[in-house]
Design a protein around this ligand. Sequence first.
Ligand SMILES: [Zn+2]
Length: 394
Amino acid sequence: MLAISGIGTLVTNDASLERGKLGIINNAALVIGDDNKIAWAGESVNLPREFVGMATNVGGRAIIPGFVDSHTHLVFGGDRASEFEARMSGKPYTAGGIRTTMTATRAATNEILIENAQRLANEALHSGTTTLEVKSGYGLSVTDETRSLQVASTITSETTFLGAHVVPPDSKIDDYVNLVCGEMLTQCAPNAKWIDVFCDHGAFDVGHARAILTAGAKAGLGLRIHANQLRHGGGVQLGVEMGAASCDHCTHLNDADISALADANGRTVATLLPTAELCTRSKFPDARRLLDAGVTIALASDCNPGSSYTTSMPLVISLAVLNMNMTCDEAVWSATAGGAAALRRTDIGSLHIGAQADFALLNSSSHIHLAYRPGVQLINAVFKKGECVAGSLK
Ligand SMILES: [Zn+2]
C-alpha cells in the first residue's frame, strides 16, 4: 500500500472524471493498492482517513501516467554516428542505412544485443517511460531476426517482428518477402506480439506489405505499419483497411489518408515520431490537421541508431507542442494514453481506478513544464507496477 498526497497536478487521463481529456485533479492524492493498481485518486482533502497518516507529501509537484513509447527499435549492434555527422553536413537520409546496422547486429553476440537494449530501456525508464514496444528488424535473416526477438522479449511483452524493415543486400525482394512470410515468421512468431512492415520508398511497396501483414495476421500477430514517412504512398490506407493498431510516421498524408484514419475511429491510431523528423531535418507531420479531423494520435520516440537515437519522451512532447501545433494537454495524452491505444492496452497510460500503477513524479507543478522546459530533466521518480524503479518521492 502506498499513498501520495500534495500532488499539485495529477494527470489521470480518466475520461469518466469529466475533467477534460487529461482528467486533471489539482491538489490531489493517489493511493496504490497491494495489487499494484490504482486504488484511489482524488483531492487531498478527500483522502480517506486511513491513508492520511501514511501518505507521502510531494509538495505540490505533478504526477502523470508513465509514458507508453509504442514505437522503438532497441535491438541492434553498433551505432551510426558517422552517418549522422555526414547527414548533418548535407547528405540526405535514405532507408539504406538500415543495412549498416544489419551488419553490426549480425556480428554482435546475444549478450551484447541484450546489454545494449537494456541500457536503452533503462535510459527510457529514467526519463519516465514505463512501457516500451520493441521491434526486431536489423537481423534480416531467419537466425538474426529470431534472436533479435528473443532479445526484445527480455525487455518487454510488446514485441514486434519487423523482418520487413528493408531487403538485405544479398536478396531479391520477392524471395525475401516469401522468406519473411514463411520460415522467418514461423521462427519469430513465438516471441512476437505484433508484425510490422516498412511500407515506403526504398523499402516495401503496398503489394508486398499486404502479403506480409496478411501472413502475420494468419500467424496470430497484431498489425502495425511504418507508412508515409519518406514520401506519399498507400501505406496508411493499407494499414487502416487491414485493421492495423497503428500507422506510424504519417508524415506525408493527403485528404483521403486523413479521412481513412478518422473513419477508423481510434481503432487505427496515427503514431507520430517527431524526433525522426528532427534528426533527419525533415518536415514534421501535420498533427493539427489529424487532430482536427478526429484522428487518435500517439507520440513515440522511434528510438533507433539511424534516424532517431533518443529515448526521451519529454523531448518528443516538446517537439509535438513547439513544432507540430499540438496543445500541451494533447501531447501529454498522446505520449501516455495515445501510446496505450496504439498498443490496444487499457491497463496502462491512465491512472483510473484499477489501472496498473505506472506513473512519474515530475520536478514541476504541472505537466505543461514538459513542453515549456525543453531538454530539462523533469522526471523526479518513476513507478512501475507500484514500485519505485527510478529516483524517489523526495
Ligand atoms: Zn520505426
